[in-house]
Design a binder for this molecule. Structure first.
Ligand code: MN
Length: 290
């Protein structure tokens, strides 16, 4: 199943190049009361909602994917957990390029662990990236993302994929500089998730997927998830050994080699095998100061 969120928070199933509107299934979610839950209720109820979505899709209104505005498939991501240096060739380029490392030691994920990005940085494919500091280097990073479906506390790698609801493409946009990653990578719109979520049963094994990214027609990144230093099950085991993962939390698995700068007017075209592709426009934040 390919589940998307679009336009004014509508929920859809993607069927070929069409979206079938199944928004009525959200009526089956429990009414929200203060304090609001610290997870995504729709992702958390997906097992219950999926048969209802399939039923609704038989009669739901169809529109062309190209005619809707795709939002992040996760509306309420609480934790965005990201891997800093998780492909060896990206480590090599980060060590060699002072524009990336800013004179700080670059070590593998075994030493550095994972970090968090703010939930407020998340946008969908059709919302675009808004550069806030155009005077500094802003880089693209394409990454396979897993969306957690079930609460996960200290799970072993062997069972980690049981906790994954689905997958999407992620762009971990990065302002380069000396500040903490969590600051530089949490700018509004610097986490692009999309174009939709492919459920785990449909995608299958995530450990050997081609991923790529081009900038305005020029191929910049092309790799395969088999080259991850810590694979997805190991990342989930690592993260959940520190904090409980909740439905809607997102694991960004790290970016391969080929990262580089983007600027106002660029079009990013990101693709991951068995998920799809998304085109994302880069613009300037209207309030950006140079
Ligand atoms: Mn990254």
């Amino acid at each position: 199943m390919r589940i998307c969120r679009f336009d004014n928070d509508r929920i859809g199933l993607v069927d070929g190049d069409e979206v079938v509107d199944v928004t009525s299934v959200v009526d089956h979610l429990p009414a929200a009361r203060y304090p609001l839950p610290r997870y995504d209720p729709l992702i958390g109820a997906l097992d219950t909602l999926r048969p209802l979505m399939a039923l609704e899709a038989k009669t739901g209104i169809r529109r062309a994917v190209a005619d809707v505005k795709l939002l992040s498939p996760v509306a309420n991501a609480n934790k965005i957990i990201a891997a800093p240096v998780n492909y060896r060739k990206h480590l090599a380029e980060a060590v060699a390029d002072s524009g990336i490392n800013h004179a700080k030691p670059m070590e593998t994920i075994h030493t550095m662990g994972v970090f968090l990005k703010a939930g407020s940085s998340v946008v969908g494919a059709d919302e675009g990236i808004k550069i806030r500091h155009p005077d500094r280097r802003n880089d693209h990073e394409v990454e396979l993302c897993a969306i957690i479906g079930t609460q996960a506390d200290r799970v072993p790698a062997e069972r980690a994929l049981d906790y994954v609801a689905g997958y999407c493409i992620g762009l971990d946009m990065t302002l380069r500089g000396g500040e903490e990653r969590s600051l530089r990578k949490s700018i509004d719109s610097y986490t692009v998730l999309g174009p939709w979520m492919v459920t785990a049963d449909e995608l299958g094994e995530p450990g050997a997927l081609d991923l790529s990214l081009s900038v305005s027609g020029e191929m910049r990144q092309s790799a395969n998830t088999r080259d991850l230093i810590l694979n997805l099950p190991e990342l989930i085991a690592l993260a959940s050994s520190f904090y409980t993962l909740m439905p809607g939390d997102v694991i960004m698995t790290g970016t391969p080699e080929g990262v580089g700068p983007v600027q106002d007017g660029d079009i990013l075209d990101a693709a991951i095998e068995r998920i799809g592709r998304m085109r994302v426009l880069v613009g300037l934040d209207p309030g950006a100061s140079t």
